[in-house]
Design a protein around this ligand. Structure first.
Ligand code: 4AD
Ligand code: MG
Length: 428
């Protein structure tokens, strides 16, 4: 019976087969220890000369890393060890070039990114990617249970959703088009048909700088809800975050432990996540020695200082209108404030979600589009949504890689996606 490395524990004493790739090798006289990795993890294989045909044992010394292997043997739990091993009685190796380029020595990030198609196989990278997969499913699972429909927005669009400075332009049969920055505007069309929708797909931003938190292509999950205001939107985000993190913590417990992350740190206590008004944030930052003029957006450093003061995610609410995109509703009591929120993760991490209530009024939106110098023609369809059937509605967008970076405690966002894109890299 072929089982996965993760299932070894349940088969102690049984004879089983494993299939995988050679991760490591140590041959000492008549004994060889092989590390075998498969899609689920790593297992230690113990090969004794007396238990294997002579030619097979002799060939172990020349096996190259990443050789595909099929092995059979008995699952044993050696005294004093916590993980079962396989005492190998048969082994079949497939051909493989020697000299796998990623060795045991330390490689720099540029080399590893150049070899990303191979680096993915490293146990740590594979663990991160399994967690990513669980995270994406957890998002969809929660939204599905909450009555949302998945709504796939186009990636080729005529519109700028998040401002014009970070657009990738395309020649679309002689016309200008852009790669989508966000599915939100289309999700807003979706709610008048389906009430609760989410988009989940790639978002493109021509970010010019290389940072530890920005990609030029990232994945966004963007729920949008009819009849929900800015405050209910934040309460919903809190439930979303809690549900998603707790599902990932259970499903990927072992991978998290292998990354050095305590799965328990993905759960937060019962109190609601604090909601701080922008004005309150300025006062808190001033106390920390960071005076800011009113009206400026929070910088990465501001978010770092602010979130070090909290042990749970926090919301920053009612940003100045000037800091937000054209589609955001304003506070009727103080029209200089937007009904927009960001959710920031604790311990210096910062933004993972932006969201808010959408402007409902046609005239207001027309004025905002003009003031921001956005092409009115390309947004005419969006204005139609306000002409017919405009209701209070809100939504938000979470970057999958940002959340994964927080979950896994990654230094750099490049490890949070199979093939990261930044201004310096679009290969492999
Ligand atoms: O804050 P952003 O730009 O907000 C929007 O796009 C809204 N339309 C969302 C909405 O209301 N539906 O992007 C949303 C999230 C950010 O909070 C961040 O987590 C992630 O997407 N993000 C990026 N992740 C990686 N690289 C980048 N360059 C990112 N830009 C945004
Ligand atoms: Mg944002």
């Amino acid at each position: 019976m072929i089982i996965s490395t993760r299932a070894l524990e349940a088969h102690i004493g049984a004879t089983v087969a494993l299939r995988g790739w050679l991760l490591s090798k140590q041959v000492r006289g008549k004994l060889a220890f092989l590390g075998l990795r498969d899609g689920e993890g790593v297992a230690q294989l113990v090969c004794e000369a007396r238990s294997l045909p002579e030619d097979i044992f002799a060939s172990l010394g020349s096996l190259g890393l990443e050789t595909p292997l099929e092995v059979k043997g008995r699952v044993v739990l050696p005294p004093g060890k916590t993980r079962p091993e396989l005492a190998v009685s048969s082994l079949r190796a497939s051909p493989c070039d020697p000299d796998y380029p990623i060795g045991r020595k330390e490689h720099g990030p540029d080399f590893l990114m150049e070899k990303r198609h191979l680096w993915l196989r490293a146990p740590r990278q594979a663990a991160i990617l399994r967690i990513r997969s669980s995270l994406e499913f957890a998002c969809e699972d929660f939204l599905h249970q909450e009555g949302f429909y998945r709504f796939d927005s186009p990636l080729i669009t005529p519109t700028a959703c998040e401002g014009t400075s970070q657009l990738f332009e395309l020649d679309y049969f002689g016309k200008k088009a852009y790669l989508s920055q966000s599915g939100q505007l289309y999700a807003e069309a979706g709610i008048a048909a389906l009430e609760r929708v989410y988009t989940m797909g790639p978002c493109f931003r021509a970010e010019k700088s290389v940072t530890r938190r920005h990609l030029t292509e990232f994945w966004g999950v963007e729920p949008e809800m009819a009849h929900v205001d800015a405050e209910a939107n934040m309460a919903f985000q809190e439930r979303f975050i809690r549900a998603v993190l707790s599902k990932v913590a259970v499903e990927r417990e072992q991978d998290l432990v292998e990354l050095g992350r305590d799965p328990g740190s993905l759960e937060f206590g019962p109190g609601a996540f604090p909601v701080l008004l922008y004005d309150e944030v300025l006062a808190l930052l001033a106390k920390e020695g960071r005076e800011k003029p009113w009206g400026e957006d929070l910088s990465v450093e501001d978010e770092e200082v602010l979130t070090r003061l909290f042990a749970t995610p926090i919301f920053v609410y009612k940003y100045p209108v000037a800091c937000r995109a054209f589609y955001i509703e304003v506070d009727s009591a103080r029209p200089e404030l937007a009904l927009a929120s960001d959710c920031l993760m604790p311990d210096g991490f910062g933004e993972i979600i932006s969201g808010g209530q959408r402007a409902r009024d046609l005239g207001f939106l027309e004025a905002r589009i003009a003031a921001q110098g956005l092409g009115r023609e390309s947004l005419e369809w969006y204005l139609d949504l306000r002409r017919w059937g405009s209701v209070i509605h809100s939504g938000f967008g979470m970057g999958i890689e940002r959340m994964l970076r927080w979950i896994c405690g990654l230094h750099h966002i490049r490890e949070a996606i199979p093939f990261a894109r930044n201004p310096q890299r679009y290969s492999p």
